[in-house]
Ligand binder design. Structure first.
Ligand code: MD6
Ligand code: FE
Length: 214
């Protein structure tokens, strides 16, 4: 894959239309397989609030949250290891991440009609030298990108199916979130909704596993 140059918005590199429809469909098949091995679950924040997305993971480590905190762990909340990250997903990372590490975690978030993702930093990975790569599939989503300060200036962009975003360098710890989706704006998922994949290198062991502040 030789991508067209990305848009650069506040240091977020946005590859519009990175995946064609056939590639998106084959990714959805792969994700269905991941979800049949590691079913979607309804995550709860440390404060006890149910998140509006449904979540699962692939890779050596999956990101989970419950009353005891946010963390990466090697097993699904209901037990068992996570399935391997499909090769087609790894190849997206290799094409855009510009680093010699492979991701160890692929978080899969499903957004139904009313789902959103509050402004947050991705900071549970233990090492921020590596980028986070995100893949959007299905319905359009309004992506808000800020600075490393909560409440700082933001800029928003509609992500559509097949878009890939790389959050690295100075933007690695920038706040970002999904304000809303345009439910059933895309025919990729027959019942509507949106899937977001985030690929990450996680370096544990450099600090104890402990809940990070929300
Ligand atoms: C989403 N994305 O697109 C939420 N995180 O559903 C993220 O939280 C995200 O897009 C890290 C890097 C890129 C992202
Ligand atoms: Fe994020």
């Amino acid at each position: 894959m030789t991508p067209n140059p990305p848009l650069n918005i506040r240091g977020f590199q946005v590859y519009k239309g990175f995946l064609d429809r056939a590639a998106q469909e084959s990714l959805v098949d792969q994700i269905r397989q991941v979800a049949s091995d590691a079913p979607f679950f309804a995550p709860v924040t440390p404060s006890g609030k149910q998140m509006s997305v449904k979540m699962t993971s692939a890779g050596q480590l999956g990101w989970v949250t419950d009353r005891s905190g946010y963390r990466y762990q090697a097993h699904h909340p209901k037990g068992g290891t996570w399935p391997e990250i499909p090769e087609s997903i790894l190849s997206i990372w290799r094409a855009v991440a510009a680093c010699d590490r492979e991701p160890v975690s692929c978080l899969v978030n499903f957004y139904g009609e009313a789902a959103r993702m509050g402004m947050h930093q991705d900071k549970d990975e233990g090492d921020f030298r590596w980028p986070v790569v995100s893949v959007s599939l299905g319905d359009d989503a309004l992506f808000r990108m800020g600075t490393t300060t909560r409440g700082g200036k933001t800029e928003s962009l509609w992500l559509t199916s097949g878009d890939v975003v790389v959050m690295g360098g100075d933007a690695r710890l920038s706040y970002h979130g999904i304000d809303r989706i345009r439910y059933q704006s895309c025919s990729l998922l027959p019942k509507g909704g949106r899937i977001n994949l985030t690929l990450r290198v996680v370096d544990q062991g450099e600090r104890p596993q402990q809940p990070s502040s929300p």
